[in-house]
Design a protein around this ligand. Structure first.
Ligand SMILES: C[S@@+](CC[C@H](N)C(=O)[O-])C[C@H]1O[C@@H](n2cnc3c(N)ncnc32)[C@H](O)[C@@H]1O
Length: 282
């Protein structure tokens, strides 16, 4: 099976960028450099593991789960069907936080999944420390491995916790955060089955944001404000159609909300703070 055969099969399966994916599959599964694969155009790769990986991809299993790791910001993350695959869209939260957190900051990453947001911030900011919370034990196990892989394990504590429950019993008394950051589940429950076939392999709880996609934003703003320092900020990833609703919700709680766009001009991030001199009474 040559690279051209693999590209043809991926294209027939409806994969968007078959050339790129063929290179990644061959390189990762057969441990061959991309340069060598490109140079040796007509090589026949008769590797059983590659045949198996290609069939999985033809079934639209995400490439990231097949190879088991994926880059995010400047770090590499282990990924499995226990966690959402880290997306390039989410990197803007990391860059914003790494720039705006004060020296020695302590922050919370709610709905941490693979841990990518907290870990990449900590990798950029060696003076900071964090807690990371998720309901999924499988995701937290991966996140712990990712913290070790990226050498930040001494500055992060992981908690298995259902954010929809009442008590944050695990929080140290009187500790408050410089930032509360989250990429929560925000797909409307009724939209999940309309998404690309690859999404069916990702954990449903990582996507399902309730009837209007707003359940987690509402809950975090209402319940976690008391854990935020007065000059701290909430930082959320938003969906294309949730940004305006998040802003409305924040403003109804007397908070200031700035929506920021990604490089494609889509509204993808909300930065929420107390209005100076205003009254924040969630
Ligand atoms: C959209 S994913 C984000 C993962 C990661 N932060 C990222 O950006 O790639 C949302 C995460 O929320 C977690 N989650 C879902 N429901 C939860 C709940 N009730 N309490 C805590 N975490 C929850 C899921 O397990 C999943 O890891």
């Amino acid at each position: 099976m040559t690279r051209t055969d693999i590209i043809r099969r991926l294209r027939a399966a409806g994969i968007d960028n078959p050339e790129n994916e063929a290179l990644i599959l061959i390189s990762e599964v057969c441990s061959i450099s991309v340069e060598k694969i490109i140079r040796d155009r007509d090589t026949d790769y008769c590797h059983p593991a590659l045949t198996q990986a290609l069939s999985r991809r033809e079934q639209r299993e995400p490439l990231q789960y097949i190879i088991g790791k994926w880059p995010f910001c400047s770090e590499i993350y282990f990924v499995s069907p226990d966690c959402l695959i880290p997306r390039a869209d989410t990197e803007m939260l990391v860059y914003h936080a790494a720039e705006k957190l004060p020296p020695g900051a302590y922050f919370a990453d709610l709905c941490t999944g693979s841990g990518c947001i907290a870990i990449s911030i900590l990798a950029k900011r060696p003076d900071c420390s964090a807690i990371a919370v998720d309901i999924s034990r499988g995701a937290l196990n991966l996140a712990r491995k990712n913290a070790i892989l990226n050498d930040v394990e001494d500055r992060i504590q992981f908690y298995e916790h259902d954010l929809l429950c009442d008590t944050e019993y695990f929080l140290p008394p009187d500790r408050t955060f410089d930032a509360i950051i989250s990429n929560p589940p925000y797909v409307k429950s009724t939209d999940i089955d309309k998404l690309a076939p690859e999404l069916a392999y990702e954990p449903r709880i990582a996507l399902d944001g309730g009837a209007d996609g707003m359940a987690f934003y509402q809950l975090i703003l209402l319940k976690w404000g008391k854990y935020l320092k007065s000059d701290g900020f909430f930082l959320f990833e938003t969906g294309f159609d949730t940004a305006a609703k998040v802003k409305k919700l924040a403003e109804a709680l007397n908070l200031d909300c700035a929506i920021e766009k990604d490089s494609g001009g889509n509204q993808r991030m909300a930065v929420i703070k107390d209005i100076p001199g205003g009254c924040h009474e969630p």
